[in-house]
Design a binder for this molecule. Structure first.
Ligand code: APR
Length: 300
């Protein structure tokens, strides 16, 4: 849902893996059709045969296994994700309603911002079990943290393990105690002051791209979302940070927040409870308060 910068990136990433057909829906006439045509025409070069369709309606999406919601407006310089809440609540609500009417068994992956609040909208409108409605934020935030750690240490980002939890806002929590490079703790390689700078850059990572481009990022968000689609479609049982509906886990109840989960064909098959330091738990609680404030503005 959404043929914009993020939606089209997810569509191509999924098409490239060649295990599923993709339908791109957008309200703008000709846009999804044009993007779909272009992605199809890249297939012979990149070596995929997925059938990509573009539409301004929902009929073509009937019986979808996974629905990715990227419809909505992105932020502009000077805006926070929370500034988008009223506009995107309407868009995400309407798109979810029409999408789930065609695909009652689908798993919903929400990407539109403010992410945590938009997950509440999608869940309330769809009426699906919590295992089948969740959001993309943690893989992206963690990828940013991993990139900065890789640059700092000179190691490959592929060998950096890290975890960013909490709401998808400036109060996200980089779990420094869980960050390792090839199994070696980050704290034994980099000084605390410098780690604090990497954590700060991670929390403001989305804004850094917005300031440079005038709109929000798409390559890393698209790649992160496609990783979640693969985990569900291919029943991979990946353990990845996703925005999940918490009912007591991490001491948080009735709220969508980023936590590590096991992702497979059943959607969120398990919420993984990690031992946090007291400071990290305090920061997670503060992040939850910030998410609750935005959720409180919703009318859905
Ligand atoms: N139905 C379908 N599509 C819609 C609707 C709607 N009701 N309203 C808006 N759209 C489409 C727009 O026409 C546009 O093509 O959503 C698309 C959004 O694309 P972009 O403006 O390029 O935004 P993008 O960068 O893709 O970000 C989308 O993801 O990461 C978040 O913060 C970001 O909320 C934003 C969302």
């Amino acid at each position: 849902m959404g043929a914009g910068l993020v939606g089209r990136t997810v569509a191509q990433e999924v098409a490239r893996r060649d295990y599923a057909d993709v339908v791109i829906v957008d309200i703008v006439e000709n846009l999804p059709q044009g993007i779909a045509l272009d992605i199809n025409e890249a297939g012979p070069v990149l070596g995929y045969e997925a059938n990509v369709t573009g539409s301004n309606g929902y009929e073509e999406t009937a019986g979808s296994d996974v629905v990715v919601i990227t419809a909505g407006v992105p932020r502009k310089p000077g805006m926070s994700r929370d500034d988008l809440v009223t506009t995107n609540e309407k868009i995400v609500g309407s798109v979810t309603e029409q999408a789930v009417a065609q695909s009652l068994e689908a798993t919903l992956i929400v990407v539109s911002n403010p992410l945590d609040a938009m997950c509440h909208v999608a869940k309330n409108v769809a009426g699906f079990p919590k295992q089948r409605v969740f959001g993309q934020a943690g893989i992206l935030d963690t990828a940013r943290f991993r990139t900065f750690i890789a640059w700092e240490t000179g190691a490959s980002g592929k060998d950096v393990q890290a975890l960013v939890l909490g709401g998808h806002g400036d109060q996200m929590v980089s779990v420094v105690s869980a960050a390792t490079i090839g199994g070696v703790p980050l704290t034994s390689l980099v000084g605390r002051d410098r780690i604090d700078e990497l954590v700060e850059r991670t929390a403001k990572g989305g804004g850094e791209v917005v300031e440079l481009l005038g709109t929000s990022a798409w390559y890393a968000p698209g790649a992160a979302t496609a990783q979640m689609v693969h985990a569900v479609m291919l029943d991979e049982k990946r353990v990845l940070p996703c925005t999940a509906y918490l009912e007591g886990e991490y001491g948080i109840d009735g709220l969508y927040m980023g936590v590590p989960v096991k992702l497979g064909a059943g959607g969120i098959e398990e919420i993984v409870e990690l031992e946090l330091t007291d400071d990290e738990q305090t920061m997670l609680n503060e992040s939850a308060d910030a998410v609750r404030e935005v959720v409180g503005v919703l009318t859905t």
